[in-house]
Design a protein around this ligand. Structure first.
Ligand code: ADP
Length: 400
């Protein structure tokens, strides 16, 4: 069975074609700058050369046609025609309170994704464009939506409610939803597999540390709490997002700087976080390079990020009633030995002990996957490359 995974953003469309027999990625790529000038498609098929092709891509439908051409091309392709694709799995940002798992897309499901635009105004419309393009070109192929929020729907009410007047939850759905659910679910399952335990017996803390970063507490395979909230702004400080701050700062800044809602949102989402603190960059590679040259604010940004992770590890150990596994994933989690080391430092009291040698060499020796804790560490600390596409493909295959 071959599954096409689609991740449609506002100006891009990423895709992977996965053969579920051996979970092999047959082809993957991205159509970029959709609706802009200089749009292009980058494509790579297994065992074949990469290719890049600049062309006009006005809409997601145009992009998808190019993707299908690439997949079936006699030179770059991997399938003879699209009938070989059993189903399409779509990454969808927000499923609100309706979806706690992936679901087959029909008119009703599409309407709920539409209704949730209010909760994810940047992401859900792009996801819908991807779904509608696929439905037009492949009307007889089953489509599945896999939601970033779904995994966290198992949170109990005391985790997901905010202490605001209850009517705002009822009127506007203001509550913690959490994001990166597909990633947290994948790495939690993978960790259980790697340590040879049943996930139903484990308390897991999963740290997805990319440009956007979130931490999840996973008990018996289910999310019971997570750091992102009503939007992906809450929780850890991130590349350019402030993370959790005293909410009174918002009205204070609005008054002092005369900001309107758009301007204050821009400050909180785009010029805060690692970028705001360092004044250099929101990208961790730049920060580490600057910190190595003794840049004080770059060092401070890294320390703030790592300290915040440590606090969540402490809090979620308490929420879970102890922890068996701690996982680092995504760009920073998979690559920054400094962040892993700083955020675990001093946590021996809850049984977390990192082996410095393993932490330093995991990328070279184990292709970024494996255990980096000492053999006497009560908590297994793992680095696991996330694979949201594979998780989406697995859920899609299971559903059809
Ligand atoms: P997203 O998917 O949220 O855009 P990624 O998971 O791709 O984010 O992670 C991007 C982050 O990972 C960036 O801050 C980048 O600097 C960081 N990163 C990637 N490679 C390295 C590395 N080798 N060392 C340190 N940080 C890295």
């Amino acid at each position: 069975m071959k599954i096409l995974v689609i991740n449609a953003g506002s100006s891009s469309l990423k895709y992977q074609l996965i053969d579920m027999k051996n979970e092999l990625v047959l082809a993957k790529g991205i159509a970029e700058r959709i609706g802009m000038d200089q749009s292009l498609i980058k494509h790579k098929s297994v065992g074949k050369d990469k290719f890049e092709f600049k062309t006009i891509i006005k809409t997601h439908l145009d992009a998808l046609k190019l993707v299908l051409d690439a997949l079936t091309s006699s030179v770059h392709g991997v399938i003879a025609d699209m009938s070989e694709v059993s189903a399409v799995g779509h990454r969808v940002a927000h499923g609100g309170e309706t979806f706690s798992m992936g679901t087959l897309i029909n008119d009703k499901v599409l309407k709920v994704i539409h209704d949730n635009i209010v909760l994810a105004p940047l992401h859900n419309p792009a996801n819908i464009m991807g779904i509608e393009a696929c439905m037009r070109i492949m009307p007889n192929t089953p489509m599945v939506a896999v939601f970033d929020t779904a995994f966290h729907q198992s949170m109990p009410k005391e985790s997901f409610m905010y202490a605001l007047p209850y009517e705002y939850y009822e009127k506007y759905g203001i509550r913690r939803y959490g994001f990166h659910g597909t990633s947290h679910k994948y790495v939690a399952q993978r960790a259980a597999f790697l340590i040879g335990k049943d996930i139903s017996s484990l308390n897991i803390i999963s740290c997805h540390l990319g440009n956007g970063a979130s931490i999840a507490a996973v008990k018996t395979g289910k999310s019971i709490d997570t750091s992102m909230g009503f939007t992906p702004l809450e929780g850890l400080p991130m590349g350019t997002r402030c993370g959790s701050i005293d909410p009174a700062i918002v009205s204070f800044l609005i008054e002092k700087e005369n900001f309107d809602t758009k301007q204050i949102n821009n400050v909180l989402n785009k010029s805060s976080g690692m970028l705001g603190v360092s004044g250099i960059s929101g990208d961790f590679r730049d920060l580490e390079a600057a910190a190595a040259l003794d840049n004080k604010r770059a060092k401070l940004a890294i320390e703030m990020f790592s300290y915040s992770i440590k606090k969540y590890i402490g809090a979620y150990s308490a929420a879970l009633g102890g922890v068996d596994c701690l996982i680092f994933t995504a760009g920073i989690g998979e690559n920054s030995l400094m962040v892993r080391k700083l955020s675990c430092c001093g946590l021996d009291f809850i049984g977390i002990k990192i082996d410095n040698e393993k932490n330093n060499s995991i990328d070279e020796i184990l292709c970024n996957e494996g255990i980096i804790s000492t053999s006497d560490s009560a908590v297994k600390v793992l680095v696991i490359p996330t694979n949201e596409e594979l998780m989406i493909a697995r859920e899609t295959a299971a559903l059809i």
